[in-house]
Write a protein that binds this ligand. Structure first.
Ligand code: F6R
Length: 256
């Protein structure tokens, strides 16, 4: 696990975008794993600038979103389908048919989740973009999620519903369930780039990087992944033991 700490959210966005662009440069038909939420927006914006300048072409790339609320119409402005279309597919000029989002409105949610898992397994994910919840969740794998989980329907924790209430008229309107890629699904990605910004994430980041492997902090499972980079601003890195360094490589520190 590599941890990169940068002074500003803009630099974090640029650094995360550079990780993604490097993968696409090597493989123009790369498969991207896509997170919604605030954390990756700077990276998506930085990628969009590269696309506009003609430096990056994502027209052959494809993507799989991490998660989707259960029960929202895909056209609902709060659905992750809509968010991904607006923040990723359109600005990055990806082919709409090549960017998939779990179906949270399917009549048979379990079957739809299984089919989504199979599609991811068949195509593989070259680079997975992640945010992290204040409770350590990745995707909607809440504390207590087993490390081997696959795409499935989950119940959202109270904390996650409160955190996401900002997008809805009231807490009662926040869906109670979601379809999410599992931790086992995420771990199959070849590379992972996790973005965390702000003091609110500092404790989750500490637990993910320096805590024990524990289902209490689902993101701690990333310690077992061979090619994960965390790109953090200083506030999100503030509780790490050796925060303040521009960049450090825990793997090599451990070997030293
Ligand atoms: C989003 C997702 C979530 C978010 C996390 C952080 O698709 O799966 O795990 O990454 O809740 O959200 P933000 O970035 O809004 O703080």
């Amino acid at each position: 696990m590599r941890v990169v700490v940068l002074p500003t959210p803009a630099e974090v966005g640029e650094a995360a975008a550079a990780e993604i662009a490097a993968v696409v440069a090597e493989r123009p038909d790369a498969v991207l794993g896509l997170a919604t939420g605030d954390s990756p927006l700077g990276a998506y914006t930085a990628l969009a600038r590269r696309v506009e300048r003609g430096e990056l072409d994502l027209s052959r790339a494809s993507g799989f979103a991490l998660d989707e609320y259960v029960g929202l119409d895909p056209a609902d402005p709060r659905s992750y389908r809509t968010v991904i279309d607006r923040t990723v597919t359109a600005p990055l000029r990806m082919r709409p048919a090549a960017v998939r989002v779990p179906d949270g409105a399917a009549a048979d949610l379990a079957a739809a989740a299984e089919e989504y898992e199979r599609a991811i397994e068949e195509s593989g994910v070259d680079i997975q973009v992640l945010g992290i919840g204040a409770n350590g969740h990745i995707g909607f794998n809440e504390p207590g999620s087993a490390f081997a989980t696959h795409t499935r329907v989950v119940e959202l924790s109270e904390r996650t519903r409160r955190d996401n209430a900002r997008f809805f008229p009231a807490l009662a309107d926040v869906p109670t369930h979601a379809v999410t890629q599992g931790l086992g699904t995420i771990l199959r990605a070849r590379r992972i780039v996790l973005v965390a910004l702000g003091e609110r994430k500092a404790e989750a980041v500490r637990a993910a990087v320096e805590g024990p492997l524990s289902v209490e902090c689902p993101a701690s499972v990333l310690q077992t992944h061979p090619d994960t980079v965390l790109v953090l601003d200083e506030a999100a890195a503030a509780r790490l033991d050796r925060a303040g360094l521009q960049s450090r490589d825990l793997a090599s520190a451990a070997q030293a």
